[in-house]
Design a protein around this ligand. Structure first.
Ligand SMILES: [Zn+2]
Length: 350
């Protein structure tokens, strides 16, 4: 049987990051893997074994003193990075394996496969250079972007962050850097409070941060409109050599934290748009990394839908809950106008 062109990273050790009664719990990954097995999707995908990141690789984006602080807290048995970011005894090692898992996916996507989804935890996009927060310890996607540049000599990396929260950590790490284009669509106002349209980067990085904050309640029509109007033209002009996705599915309508109305089918469509960008610019190379998504039914169906798109699996996926009515809101059109105004000197999108 020919090897599938789509990979998944997974390891049982990702379950060892113990958070107790917490939305970011190991049951998320257990539920995803269960659905991938039950539907037969897993058999159609190439399994990728994650390697553990070294402290040097984590140090691409994080301060040595912060890395050491996390290690020490875990060694002591337990700790907190902020009021909702818990460390258990094994969290440091699991966090190394999470960042390493995204790097392993980068390796195979550059050498072998078309695309891959790293099913990892803890998530990463809130983690700042010297501070973990918002359930995130190390910034997995930011580390993988730097790794792709150093190890594989890639010049331009596009990060698409469709998690319902703004990825403050990723934005700040690359804020003055023109080699990594950070695009985020997120609910606003919402945690963590960053990601306004006028946050567009600084110095050489001006225009290489693109934020699309949307009011709550927006669904598939609004998300695909933003991708078509903003992401596609900018990404085609930027010409990435690799696309990374901060793939949090907490914009799903059933998510207990997010307030958006995206469906599993909508995530299939968003993945399809990113695929079309990658096909036009970088031989289809995409690595998605799991961020948020907290409903134990919605998250697995959303991940399955993304993999269905990535791998052209041809599955007819019906999520088991009634989907909300959806049409393009005037609020989205207004916000897109604002983004175009903020970015007009940097990109041909007016
Ligand atoms: Zn999130």
């Amino acid at each position: 049987m020919p090897m599938s062109r789509t990979g998944v990273v997974y390891h049982d050790d990702y379950l060892k990051h113990e958070t107790g009664e917490h939305p970011e719990q190991k049951e998320r990954l257990i539920a995803i893997m269960k659905l991938l097995k039950e539907t037969g999707a897993l058999k159609k995908l190439t399994r990728i074994a994650p390697k553990k990141a070294t402290t040097e690789q984590i140090g691409y984006v994080h301060d040595a003193s912060y890395i050491e602080n996390v290690r020490g807290l875990c060694q002591s048995g337990r700790g907190m990075l902020d009021s909702d970011t818990i460390l258990s005894q094994d969290s440091y090692e699991v966090a190394l394996l999470a960042s390493g898992g995204v790097m392993s996916a980068v390796d195979v996507v550059i050498d072998d496969l078309n695309n891959a989804f790293a099913l990892i935890r803890p998530p990463g996009h809130h983690a700042e250079a010297s501070q973990g927060m918002g359930f995130c310890i190390f910034n997995n996607v930011a580390i993988a972007a730097r790794y792709a540049q150093r190890q594989h000599k890639l010049k331009r990396i596009l990060i698409v962050d469709w998690d319902v929260h703004h990825g403050n950590g990723t934005q700040h790490i690359f804020y003055d850097d023109a080699s990594v284009l950070y695009f985020s669509i997120h609910q606003s106002p919402f945690y963590p409070g960053t990601g306004k349209t006028d946050e567009i980067g600084t110095g050489d990085g001006k225009g290489f941060t693109v934020n699309v904050p949307l009011p709550r309640g927006m669904g598939d029509a609004g998300y695909t409109y933003v991708f078509n109007e903003i992401l596609i033209p900018i990404a085609l002009e930027f010409r990435p050599e690799l696309v990374l996705i901060s793939a949090g599915q907490d914009a799903h309508f059933a998510d207990p934290i997010g307030g958006m109305n995206v469906t599993a089918k909508g995530f299939d469509q968003l993945a399809g748009i990113v695929k079309s960008i990658a096909n036009s610019t970088c031989e289809g190379r995409i690595v998605a990394a799991l961020e948020g998504g907290y409903d134990l039914t919605a998250l697995p169906y959303s991940v399955l839908s993304i993999l269905n798109s990535f791998g052209d699996l041809g599955m007819d996926i019906k999520e088991p809950m009634a989907t909300p009515k959806d049409e393009l809101s005037g609020q989205v059109r207004e916000r897109v106008k604002e983004v175009k105004e903020a970015q007009k000197e940097c990109w041909p999108i007016s």
